[in-house]
Design a protein around this ligand. Sequence first.
Ligand code: SF4
Length: 421
Amino acid sequence: MSCHRPEAAPVALDAHEGRDINPFALMQPRAPARTPGELKNGARVKANNVAPQGVYLPNYNVLTPHMRSPEYVQMSTAAAITLGIMKGRMYRCACTRCLNLLLTYPEGCRANCAYCGLARHREAERDYADRNFIRVDWPAVPMEQVVDIVARDGEKSPFHRMCISMITHPRSDEDTVSVLKQWTARIDPAAIPVSILSNPTTMTREDVKRLRDLGADIFTVALDAATPEIFDRTRGKGVQSPHSWRKYWEILMDAREVFGARKFGAHIIVGMGETEYEALSLVQKLVDLGGHSHMFCFFPEKGSLMDHLPATPRDQWRRVQLGRYLIDYRGARVERMSFDGEGRVVDFGIAQAELGEVIDAGIAFRTSGCPGKFADDISACDRPYGDSPPSDIASYPFQPVKRDIGRIRRQLRIVERQNRQ
Ligand code: SF4
């Protein structure tokens, strides 16, 4: 941190319970409840053993079919609408540019991450394929059908990228390879590149190499937590989950060597108790390593162990979003930024004119992730409303227009204050 400015004018507080940051002490997950033995490991779905019949739309009133990757994958509601297998419209978005495919098994993910709707502690309450994840349902679709549609659409496909999301399951390494092979057998990975959202806990360096050799373009690691303490609390021992900060960094560094500069990155969820300084220091570290950060605003996912906690106040989120964009794409550095005694950004360390120009361009406030075909700093992975409701957008899945920028400027109160100086 270049300097502390405790004497700076106090930042105006968010209307939400008077807070403008989510402090560490507040963001304590609930302890997971015990799952009865007879409901563990997808036992209900396996006992019913209903044969799947094509596309399955999550429905809590019917028996969940017995579906497994690599024959089946799940996809976000936005991807299902874009692919044309589900009807629906999205607020101010015609489509999504990323086809995110999630591995699926009756046993589900064996991890217990506190902020995640897919976590293991939900076994008794809801079958895996019916669980909400980043605020939406995830329909299950035969992989063959997915490939058929995208191959048939050819150059007209709306997708700029495909992403395989691994989960923590003993089969996920092998099945990721199978899904990737099925894709590249029919679809040119140069036309629609593939990203891997990895599960480091079960992976080795050889797995990372194999995915690169089979044509994967970008490899990402969902650190999610910005510090080792928050990692352990939300996805390690704190919630009886198997992940470790050390193993995640080991695979991230493998990815750096195997995939190379600008072809690896890490996910960070903002607002789980880290300071803005800690979040942006991690962003800086990733850039210095040659990688990218993909950011998510914490949202209390229904049914998760953190669903009682507040979403990230918009001013905290906007400051980190803006700082991250400046570091990733404008050559700004965290050491040149200034922070107050609680780690809030009070100065972004660049000229006011440039700051104003970046804010008005709006790209900094769009969803971040792996790039698509429009520009390097515009993510294909737009995840419509994955981290907020449309009424209070955190990550814009479309280009913000003038009225959006006005709202963002009001949320970035610190910048307005600087502009008055
Ligand atoms: S490993 Fe991923 S899918 Fe599994 S609980 Fe954690 S965040 Fe959710």
